[in-house]
Design a protein around this ligand. Structure first.
Ligand code: ATP
Ligand code: MG
Length: 368
């Protein structure tokens, strides 16, 4: 019986473990919170800090393969383990995604276009970079950003002044891309075979992913083919294995790399019900050494993220019982207005049908 270890016990770990179970694979998760969502679906739990080297080593010893479900696992603890145990994705894709500057240099070097960018670490370098790149632009901390935290859009001189506190840590300044829409590409590879999921169109709200629509309206089959081919070539050139999610901006017939993550991605949750196989299952197959399966979309799908402020609406929808509507609640014990508490996948509907029938359920939510 294969056992998979997961560093991190959030909702991604939960869904990895759920899919593993269906394949006859057991999981052990490591998370500092005793009530971490993934523990509910794992046969083993290790409650420990992510930088607890002894606990991480125990996870590796207890499992046949280890993966991570969040990006900020410290290299100092992971690297020595990669040398000793089976962590088949390795540290490299993680390390390449942990610093936005290295991430973009790497994307460019391996076949993706990116927005113009520059490293900044002081008011003087920021002003020089703004002069070069132009307004509007986006200032982001190089490390530890998520859900729009640690970034500021600069549109005016006053915005530059206001953004200066971000420079307490090294930052990157990026050109603001006036994109038509955002998409993400999810690939899984065992080093030889590559599979990728149909590309969805993502809509963010307040810096957090709100909705994914698949198929992505406006994305031509030709552009989708080019994005998938570029992603595959990128992964091959970088030598990455396992799962990789790439967020992109689309403008006309061009696309620009925004960021990547070597873990399942929020925008791919729809694959659980809308696809012949899903992102979690293919990751498990990779980790367990099983052959990968090429995903095929079985129904148009819309994924709606459920934040704390949407929880009542989600519970109502779950209780009502609708065909083709799949409510996932992650079982987090504490709800906050902007915390991801679950998601709903609506299958068999278009974006227009979602707007007409479902968006009203989420309109009366409070804002924080
Ligand atoms: N250069 C840019 N031009 C235009 N919009 C941008 C740019 N960078 C970021 N954004 C917007 O802000 C969102 C969040 O940015 P980004 O993905 O870099 O940060 P994040 O905090 O890691 O987000 P998440 O964790 O939600 O993926 C993007 O999805 C996009 O909507
Ligand atoms: Mg992002």
């Amino acid at each position: 019986m294969t056992r998979i270890g997961i560093i991190g016990g959030g909702q991604l770990g939960l869904m990895i473990a759920e899919q593993a179970r269906a394949l006859g694979v057991r999981c052990v998760a490591l998370d500092p919170a005793p009530d971490a969502p993934a523990f509910a679906a794992c046969e083993g739990r290790i409650v420990a800090a992510y930088d607890d080297a002894e606990a991480l080593e125990r996870l590796c010893r207890e499992c046949d393969a280890v993966t991570y479900e969040f990006e900020n696992v410290p290299g100092e603890v992971l690297q020595p383990l990669v040398a000793k145990y089976h962590i088949p994705q390795g540290f490299e894709p993680l390390s390449d995604s942990q610093d936005r500057l290295r991430e973009k240099d790497n994307a460019r070097a391996n076949g993706f276009d990116t927005p113009a960018y520059a490293a900044v670490d002081s008011e003087a370098t920021l002003r020089r970079a703004v002069a070069e790149i132009g307004l509007p632009c986006v200032l982001k901390t190089r490390t530890l950003g998520y859900d729009g935290h640690g970034q500021a859009v600069l549109r005016s001189e006053a915005d530059i002044e206001r953004a200066l506190p971000l420079l307490a840590v090294p930052c990157i300044l990026e050109a603001f891309v006036d994109f038509d829409y955002e998409v993400s590409l999810i690939l899984v590879s065992d080093g030889e075979r590559f599979v990728s999921f149909p590309i969805g169109r993502n809509v963010h709200r307040d810096g957090i992913l709100d909705l994914s629509f698949v198929p992505a309206e406006g994305l031509s089959p030709e552009l989708e083919r080019r994005i998938r081919a570029t992603g595959e070539a990128f992964m091959r050139r970088c030598g990455y294995r396992g799962i990789l999610a790439v967020e992109l901006f689309v403008r006309g017939d061009r696309f620009f790399f925004n960021e990547m993550a070597p873990r399942p991605h929020n925008s791919g949750h729809w694959t659980i019900e809308g696809c012949s196989t899903n992102q979690f299952r293919e990751l498990v197959r990779f980790l367990a050494g099983m052959p990968l399966e090429e995903p095929r979309q079985t129904a148009p799908a819309v994924m709606k993220n459920i934040l704390g402020r949407d929880l009542d609406a989600a519970r109502r929808i779950a209780a009502e019982g609708h065909e083709g509507v799949y409510v996932h609640l992650y079982g987090k014990s504490e709800s906050r207005p902007r915390r991801k508490m679950g998601h709903i996948t609506f299958t068999g509907i278009s974006a227009a049908e979602y707007a007409e029938k479902w968006s009203k359920y989420f309109e009366d939510r409070c804002c924080e």
